[in-house]
Each structure stands twice: as structure tokens, then as C-alpha cells.
Design a protein around this ligand. Sequence first.
Ligand code: NAD
Ligand code: ZN
Ligand code: ZN
Length: 375
Amino acid sequence: MLTKAAILPEIGAEWEIQEIELGDPIVGEVQVRLAASGLCHSDEHMATGASPVPFLPLLGGHEGAGVVTKVGPGVRGIEEGDHVVLAFTPACGTCRPCASGLQNLCDEGAGLMTGRSIADGSFRAKTPDGKPLLQMCLLGTFAPYVTVNQASVVKIEKDIPLEAAALLGCGVSTGWGSATAIGRTRPGDTVVVVGIGGVGINAVQGAAAAGARYVVAVDPVAFKQKKALEFGATHVFDSMADAQAALPDLTWGRLAELVVLTVGEVEGHHIQEALSLTAKGGQVVVTAVAHHATNEVNLNLFELTLLQKRVQGAIFGGVSPRTQIPSLLEQYRVGNLKLEELVTPYRLEDINQGWQDMRDGKNLRGVIRYTEADY
Ligand SMILES: NC(=O)c1ccc[n+]([C@@H]2O[C@H](COP(=O)([O-])OP(=O)(O)OC[C@H]3O[C@@H](n4cnc5c(N)ncnc54)[C@H](O)[C@@H]3O)[C@@H](O)[C@H]2O)c1
Ligand SMILES: [Zn+2]
Ligand SMILES: [Zn+2]
């Protein structure tokens, strides 16, 4: 089918709305009519070149939800009309990581940034003259329709608003999981979240829901600090240095059991700064993505060893999309998780404004809202 999409033609360029040719589902695939797609900083990393881009143009977007319109052969448990969230990490269910409960590390993730379909390695999205498009995270949700593998699809209940559910595909699941699943916040803990964007604000929510005594949000932007307090932060600071000055008094010298790094682009020096906020036996969870060529980190190894601290990477909050998405929607139902409050809506045609507002710290999560006019 012919549809339209926001395409990145080259590194450093603006996103352009162009016509694209979207293939029908082949074996193991479904087509979804999207209600919404989040603007996550990981797409920005592709646009700046911080993340490696194997080829261009890029069909962006990896945080969406919608209604299944077509089902290919060999699909199990998904029917036309089902409501689904698209997870940015596929989960095949049968590889060794999946079978070990680490579906966020599914072996199909090896092809995540190749744009090649899991089914047969072909490209499902193309320009009208037949040039392949790189489907971000095998999704490409900056288009009103997507054709994706069933491994990326999580079915949800039909009464959940799809625009709210879309955020579960990346930012909410990642942030909440960073504080709770891989971060293991326990009641009474002190948790510091550094960078209050679409991911970090959900680490704040998660830490608060897990019973942290102090949830300390660090972000230089006043709007982000205000929002963090609305989402459960107890304290806000402009910088890690300011937090470091205040934490000893606040915690009687213990410091933070958990520090979650969710800045836009993590840099080597952030790791030591975060480690200095961390309690004995505590951990730094590095959720934010660095420039792909970043290799240098200066750490005080004396402190690392003798105070038994841990530095931990995390993808999708360290948890399986197939458990995280339904369980977070239960939390949403009972009022433990705010979703609508995260959203600043944009039309697909206004996507560059959405990105600029993210860079300027004016939104928590920009969301492309699709309407009948888009389909
Ligand atoms: N590991 C994963 O699975 C995963 C998933 C999604 C996103 N990410 C990554 O998480 C990061 C955050 O994404 P996002 O969409 O929330 O980004 P965002 O741009 O919405 O938010 C980033 C926030 O960090 C703040 N910030 C920047 N530098 C800071 C500093 N030195 N100290 C404190 N705050 C600072 C900004 O003001 C902004 O509020 C990105 O690197 C993204 O690629 C990782
Ligand atoms: Zn993302
Ligand atoms: Zn798998």
C-alpha cells in the first residue's frame, strides 16, 4: 500500500514527510494501523549520527500502538481487530535468552538496526521507486501503518486508550523497569534519576511506586523539575554535583541505593559522577545511550571495589516486553501509573517541532497522534 511517513534522508537533516510503499505482511507478520507514536531520544541519536545507521533513508519511530488490520500466514494469537503495542525489542519466545526470561535480550535483537525483516531478511518498507527504507527497530512508527513481525507485537485489552498504551513500547517500560526491575528499588531506598525526559520521568514514577523514601530528580530544566515533583520526586536538583552536596545530610551519609542515568546522551564522565552518589553496595543503572564510539570512562576503581558498587547497563528496563507491558497497564488501571499526563501531541507533519521541543526541554514525551485524515 502507499502511505506517508516521516523519513530521515541524511544525518543531520530535518525529518521529511514522504510517500512510502509498505509491503503486505508475509509469514509471521501483521499490519497495524497506528493510533500514536512517541518521539524517543533514541531516534534523535540516529538523526545526529550518535547511533550507527547502516544505510539511509531511515523510517523512524519505535514506540507505537494501534489496531491490527492484516495478518500474514503463520501468525499465532493475533487477529485482525486486535489492539496491540509495538515493543522496540522483538521477543521470539524460543531463543535461549527468551527461554531464560530475558526477552529484552532476544537473539532477534541482532537485526534490530538492520531494517531487514525477521521473516526472510527482505525490506518491508520502501520508497515508491523501490529503494529500501531502514525501519527503526524493525518498526518505523512514524507512519500511520506499519508491517511488523509478531515478535514485536504485544496484544492488549481493547478498553485501554491506544495513545497512552503507545508509550509502553519504549519510554515508560524502559524508565519504570530501570528503577524497579533491573534497579530493584526497595521500600525506603533513596533513588536518584538523572535526566527527566520520556524515560527518566518513568523511572521517577517507578521508584515512587516501589516505595522509595527519597526520589531525587536531577535535570537542569525548571519544567522537568516541576514535572518530576508531580510524578513522585521528593527532591530536585540542577546537577549531579548539587545532588552530591545535599545527599549526605538527607540520607545520614548513606547516599543512594540506586542512581539511574537517563540523560539524553550519556558521556563517560557521567558514570563516575553517578557512582559518587551511590551508596555502599548500591548500583548505577545506565539506561541512556552514548555515542557509539564512546569507549572512555574514568572510574575510581578503589571506590568501585571496596564499596562494592555496581555499574549496570539496561535495555527495555531489563525486563520482558511481554510481561512488562500488560503488568504496567494493570498499574495504569489502578492509578499507580500516569500515562496521559506524559503526552504532548503533534501531527505527523509537525514532527520537527516535536523534536525541537524535546531538545528545548518543553515536553516530557512528544507523541504523533494519527487521525482519520492520516489513514
Ligand atoms: N536502554 C534502553 O533500553 C533505552 C530505551 C529508550 C531510550 N533510551 C535512551 O535513554 C535516554 C533518554 O531518552 P529520553 O527519550 O528520555 O530523552 P529526552 O531528551 O526526553 O530526556 C533527556 C533529559 O535529560 C536531561 N539532561 C541532559 N543532560 C543532563 C545532565 N547532564 N544532567 C541531568 N539531566 C540532563 C535533559 O534536560 C532532558 O530532560 C536516551 O539516551 C535514549 O536513547 C534507552
Ligand atoms: Zn526509545
Ligand atoms: Zn528470542
